[in-house]
Design a protein around this ligand. Structure first.
Ligand SMILES: [Ca+2]
Ligand SMILES: [Ca+2]
Ligand SMILES: [Ca+2]
Length: 327
């Protein structure tokens, strides 16, 4: 809408990206040289970049993100039932260094259960020459506001990545929104993976998966793992790698837990047009029992996200999530 000489964008949430502000600021774009940005003319593809013909001002309605050492941040979800300790580069699933949104992880409802992860939810981009290269932050500082932490930007195998991890209030869930941008003028195809080294180590077992069996393959959207089929001592962990419907990624198996393996991950092949920005979306949960974890995973069996899971994600962002079909 227009108010006076200002244009209030309909894409305010999209422009501020993946939850760096909470709640989203009102963004005003003031046109210069008499040129109006319109939806016909289109906004630039990178939602963090305002149109060149505008001067933009962002007003946060409450808290500003605070730059903080990533290692000092702990995110909480489910009313404090689950805590997630983001870590600057450490080794996880590949033995290579990466930023991990959760280094250990603890579930504290019904007793303290820690050691869910040994480096969880690391993002890697595959390179023929270097193998899986971990996404990591340049200076070890993240932007922290409420229960959200934004890390990056950082170029990994030529693709620019920013990640926003959010502890959701209504369930013991961590949401990882990974923004990927092709900064070049040519199409770019990349293999992006997300994987965890589980704290359940070599006694990891699969308690459930989305296709109903006890195997984890590329066709699974989610999987529940733990260190015991009846009385787990570490928190059972749920990984959610994608949604239902038409995905704009091709999924591949990366590593499967069980049989002595404590690695769980999937790889996604994606293509970005010139200067395009898109997103990947993942969730992880911790629980006290296998049964609780399996019951709670059912909310990921709908094509659409529940209001709680999509909280703070604009429709524009949701439309651009490659591994879900939320348009
Ligand atoms: Ca940083
Ligand atoms: Ca382990
Ligand atoms: Ca399966």
């Amino acid at each position: 809408m227009r108010t006076g000489r200002y244009t209030v964008t309909e894409d305010a949430e999209a422009i501020i990206g993946g939850g760096r502000w909470s709640p989203p600021p009102l963004l005003l774009a003031y046109p210069i040289r008499g040129v109006q940005p319109t939806r016909d003319r289109g906004w630039p593809d990178d939602p963090l970049q305002p149109p060149r013909n505008c001067v933009s001002l962002a007003f946060a309605t409450t808290a500003f993100a605070v730059s903080e050492p990533i290692d000092s941040v702990t995110l909480h979800s489910g009313g404090g039932a689950a805590s997630w300790d983001p870590t600057t580069p450490e080794t996880g699933c590949f033995g290579g260094v990466a930023y991990y949104p959760v280094g250990d992880g603890a579930f504290t409802s019904g007793g303290v259960h820690s050691d869910a992860f040994d480096g969880g939810l690391g993002v890697h981009v595959y390179s023929k020459s270097a193998g899986n290269v971990g996404f990591r932050d340049g200076d070890g500082q993240g932007d922290h506001v409420g229960e959200s932490l934004t890390v990056g930007p950082r170029s990994v195998v030529g693709m620019r990545i920013v990640e926003t991890d959010t502890g959701l209030p209504g369930s013991p869930t961590l949401r990882a929104l990974v923004r990927v941008t092709n900064p070049t003028s040519k199409r770019m195809t990349r293999l992006v993976s997300i994987c965890s080294n589980l704290g359940s180590d070599d006694i990891t077992g699969i308690r459930a998966s989305s296709d109903g069996n006890h195997k984890f393959t590329a066709g699974d959207r989610w999987v529940v793992t733990s260190d015991n089929a009846t009385t787990p001592s570490d928190p059972p962990v749920t990984h959610v790698f994608s949604g239902k419907g038409d995905l704009r990624v091709t999924k591949r198996g990366l590593c499967a837990p069980g049989g002595g393996s404590d690695c769980v991950g999937q790889q996604m092949r994606l293509t970005l047009g010139a200067h395009k920005t898109r997103y990947l979306l993942f969730f992880a949960e911790m629980h006290f029992t296998n049964g609780d974890a399996i019951v709670d995973a059912s909310k990921y069996n709908n094509k659409n996200l529940t209001a709680a899971l999509r909280s703070g994600l604009s429709q524009t962002v949701r439309n651009r999530i490659l591994n879900w079909d939320l348009g």
